[in-house]
Design a protein around this ligand. Structure first.
Ligand code: UDP
Length: 330
C-alpha cells in the first residue's frame, strides 16, 4: 500500500514508518520537523515532505495517489495544553480538519488516527471504548474533538477511520535504531533513566497517597514497537470494521505503578534512581488501564513485549547510545 504518515519523524510515527517499510509498504512521511527528528526518517527509503498539516496545498500534493493516511502529527503534552489550550485546538483539531479536506480532494479514504486514553478523563469503571468521554485537559479535549469530526465524516461516507487510543507509550525500537527524544521531556521512564545516569536531577514521584496498592499512580505501559505494529493491523482492518468509525484502546490491560517503574529502572540499569516524593500532578487520575478486548477482536493485536523490564531495557539501550537524543547521532 502507499501510506502517508503525518508526524512520521516523531516518536511513535517513526516506529510505525519502520514497521511499514519492513512489510514492503511505500511510505510518504509528512512532518514539519517542529518536534520530529530528520535523523529518525530513513530519507532514502521514503518520500519525505516537509510541511505543516495545516497547509492545504502541500497536503493535497502529498496525499495524491495515496491508499491510506496515518495521522500522528499533533501536540501531545498535557501540561503544555493547560498553559496554551488554543494551540492544541488549532493543531489537533483545526489543522486536522484541513488534512481531512486534503484527504477528500485526493479521495484518500482510509484514515488511522493517533488518539489517546486522555479522551476518557477520570475513569469511573473499566476503560472500555464506551466509557464516558469527559477529558480533563485541553490535550484530551482536542483529541476527542477530532475523533468526533472523524466520526461525523465517516458516517457520511467520506472516510473509514480507526482511532487508536494509546495508553502509555514507552520504550525504543528493539534494533536500537529509534527512540524517544522530546525537547521538553516530561515522561516517567526517560526521566527515571536520566536520573539514574546522573544526567538529570533526581526524579520527583508525583504523589504517593493515591488509593492504589503502593500509593502511586498506575499506568498501562505499551511498547512502542507494539503500538507501531497495531497501526499496520489497523490499516488491514479498516475496510472490514462493522462501523465506518471505530475507536480502539491500545494497552496491555495491566497497570504498573510509578514505584514499580522506578524499581524496574534500577534492576535494568543496575543503578539507583535518586528520587523524592512530591505533590500530586494536576490532572493525573490514580489509574489508567485499558480494557484491551477490542484490540484483540478487531485487530488481532497482542503485545509482544508486555513486561515493564523489557520495555525499560529497550529505552535504556537507546538512551545509552544516544545520551543527547538524536543529536548524538549527527
Ligand atoms: N510521573 C512522576 N514523575 C515524573 C513524571 C511522571 O511521578 O517526573 C508519574 C505521573 O504522575 C504518572 C506516571 O508517572 O502517574 C506516568 O506519567 P507520564 O508523564 O510518563 O505519562 P502520562 O501518564 O502523563 O501519559
Amino acid at each position: 500500500m502507499k501510506v502517508a504518515v503525518t508526524g512520521g519523524a516523531g516518536y511513535i510515527g517513526s516506529h510505525a514508518v519502520a514497521e511499514l517499510l519492513s512489510l514492503g509498504h511505500q511510505v510518504t512521511v509528512i512532518d514539519d520537523l517542529s518536534a520530529g527528528h530528520l535523523a529518525a526518517v530513513p530519507e532514502s527509503a521514503v518520500r519525505f515532505v516537509r510541511a505543516d498539516i495545516g497547509d492545504l496545498g502541500a497536503m493535497t500534493k502529498a496525499l495524491d495517489r495515496q491508499d491510506a493516511l496515518i495521522h500522528f502529527a499533533g501536540l501531545l503534552s498535557v501540561g503544555g495544553s493547560m498553559k496554551d489550550p488554543r494551540s492544541y485546538f488549532e493543531t489537533n483539531l483545526v489543522k486536522g480538519m484541513t488534512l481531512l479536506d486534503a484527504a477528500k480532494a485526493t479521495a484518500v479514504r482510509r484514515f488511522i488516527f493517533s488518539s489517546t486514553c486522555a479522551t476518557y478523563g477520570v475513569p469511573h469503571g473499566p476503560l472500555t471504548e464506551d466509557h464516558t468521554k469527559e477529558p480533563v485537559n485541553p490535550y484530551g479535549a482536542s483529541k476527542r474533538a477530532f475523533e468526533q469530526v472523524l466520526e461525523a465524516y465517516a458516517r457520511i461516507g467520506q472516510v473509514r477511520a480507526i482511532a487508536l487510543r494509546y495508553f502509555n507509550d514507552a520504550g525504543a525500537r528493539r534494533d536500537g535504531s529509534l527512540g524517544e527524544d522530546h525537547a521538553h521531556e516530561e515522561h516517567l521512564i526517560p526521566l527515571a533513566l536520566d536520573a539514574a545516569a546522573g544526567r538529570r536531577p533526581p526524579l520527583t514521584v508525583f504523589g504517593d497517597d493515591y488509593e492504589t496498592p503502593d500509593g502511586t499512580c498506575l499506568r498501562d505501559y505499551v511498547h512502542v514497537d507494539d503500538l507501531a505494529r497495531a497501526h499496520v493491523l489497523a490499516l488491514e482492518a479498516v475496510d472490514r470494521t462493522t462501523s465506518p468509525f471505530t475507536p480502539i484502546n491500545l494497552g496491555t490491560g495491566h497497570g504498573t505503578s510509578v514505584r514499580a517503574v522506578v524499581q524496574s529502572v534500577e534492576r535494568v540499569t543496575g543503578m539507583k534512581v535518586p528520587h523524592s516524593v512530591g505533590p500530586r500532578r494536576a490532572g493525573d487520575p490514580p489509574a489508567l488501564i485499558a480494557v484491551p478486548e477490542r484490540s484483540r477482536t478487531v485487530l488481532g493485536f497482542e503485545p509482544a513485549i508486555p513486561s515493564i523490564d523489557e520495555i525499560v531495557e529497550t529505552a535504556w539501550t537507546w538512551r545509552k547510545a544516544h545520551p543527547q537524543g538524536y543529536s548524538s547521532a549527527r
